[in-house]
Write a protein that binds this ligand. Structure first.
Ligand code: AMP
Length: 367
């Protein structure tokens, strides 16, 4: 029987966890990444090159059956060129929309999915109309290359808005109304060959400084789950999407408001490794290779804590019952995601208490 081979552009922690999920299924992986010592390098061979290097991508396409990627800001032109040689999943078209916050919001609107009110900013003249349309505060975000809260500012006055746009470098931007949300939620879907579609339970996420800190699953609300599943299902079908798709929402008293989407496995789904019958990583691999999807059912309520900037002492966390350590093997740097902890517990109240204890413990150890 032939061994399926998966090419992954980007060998960060997401690629590494994809490869770790692929190997038990007898699937081989290859990476292209800028750096030889990337997290994926301990799991599969890395062809070291720029991520849009045509020759390296062509070599990758020649060696594998399907190409996927672990970064959102992958070159869409490179993906389109690759797609002429080998199947590329998820959809380069949808990935292109997700790279541009304005196109992303317009896409949500075209599916009648609620979003924050927004104004496109291409010149300083566009700033003048913002307060009338959006009120205060206003969230100003660069249209491209923003992630983990980078490239965005929350402002409360016209002067601060003008200054913030200059600080962003006068780049094309989007100004959004501030959404007074009760909590942030995300939904992960996975779509396979022949339109097979599955969803994980809604997950509740907490951010700090724009970076995801914790995720807890499941967030149980059958009506919201159904509504969000309907939206993701429609988007995925429209783009003949394969693999995992994540949409992040604000939960407000008026319902869900879509904030952004990630056309790939997502940090808010890391809990699925221990908490679901099939992890998001395994299901992404299955989906992009056209293999049957695995069950997305919850095994046990689960919570995830990102390890940012520094790692806790290994012994201190491995001794805690129900706690799982994922160390991405990255050099410590402030604000850098170095690993995560997952905690599973059948008792949801206890799960939350234990998560809070873990957060406190990691924070005090990290100084
Ligand atoms: P983003 O880069 O769009 O995911 O934003 C990072 C975080 O900033 C979000 O998870 C929210 O916590 C916050 N945020 C972004 N946009 C808004 C908004 N329009 N209203 C309120 N909070 C926001």
């Amino acid at each position: 029987m032939q061994v399926p081979r998966l090419g992954i552009i980007g060998a960060g922690q997401l690629g590494r966890m994809m490869a770790l999920a692929a190997y038990p299924l007898g699937i081989e992986c290859r990476f292209v990444d800028r750096q030889a010592e990337s997290p994926g390098g301990l799991v599969a061979a890395i062809d070291v090159a720029e991520l849009d290097d045509a020759a390296a991508l062509r070599r990758l396409a020649d060696e594998v059956d399907v190409v996927t990627f672990d970064i959102e800001n992958v070159s869409i032109d490179a993906l389109r060129t690759l797609a002429a040689h080998k199947p590329v999943h998820p959809s380069p078209e949808l990935t292109g929309r997700a790279q541009d916050r304005l196109a992303e919001k317009q896409l949500f609107a075209s599916f009648s999915i609620p979003t924050a009110r927004f104004v496109a900013i291409d010149s300083s003249a566009d700033l003048a109309g913002c307060p009338g349309t959006l009120g205060w505060p206003i969230v100003l975000k660069a249209r491209r290359l923003g992630y983990d809260g980078r490239g965005q500012r929350i402002v409360e006055s016209a002067d601060a808005l003008a200054a913030a746009w200059i600080e962003l470098g006068r780049v094309p931007a989007i100004a959004e109304a501030f959404v007074p949300f009760e909590r942030e939620l995300s939904l992960l879907s996975v779509r396979g060959a022949d339109g097979q579609l599955a969803f994980y339970p809604l997950t509740e996420n907490r951010h700090r400084d724009g970076i995801l800190m914790t995720s807890v699953a499941p967030f149980e609300d059958a009506a919201l789950q159904r509504q969000a599943e309907g939206w993701l299902g429609e988007i995925a079908a429209a783009f003949d999407y394969r693999g995992v798709l994540c949409v992040e929402f604000f939960h407000t008293p008026d319902g869900l408001v879509a904030n952004e989407m990630a056309p790939r496995v997502h940090n808010s789904g890391h809990w699925t490794i221990e908490g679901a019958e099939t992890s998001q990583f395994e299901n992404h691999v299955r989906g992009v290779l056209g293999l049957p999807l695995g069950s997305t059912r919850l095994r046990e309520p689960a919570a995830m804590l990102n390890l940012i900037g520094s790692m806790p002492e290994r012994r201190s966390v491995l001794g805690l019952p129900g706690v799982h350590l994922h160390d991405y093997g990255k050099a410590p740097r402030p604000q850098r995601k170095l690993g995560h902890l997952t905690i599973v517990d059948p008792d949801r109240d206890r799960l939350r208490q234990r998560l809070e204890q873990l957060v406190a413990g990691v924070e005090s150890a990290g100084g």
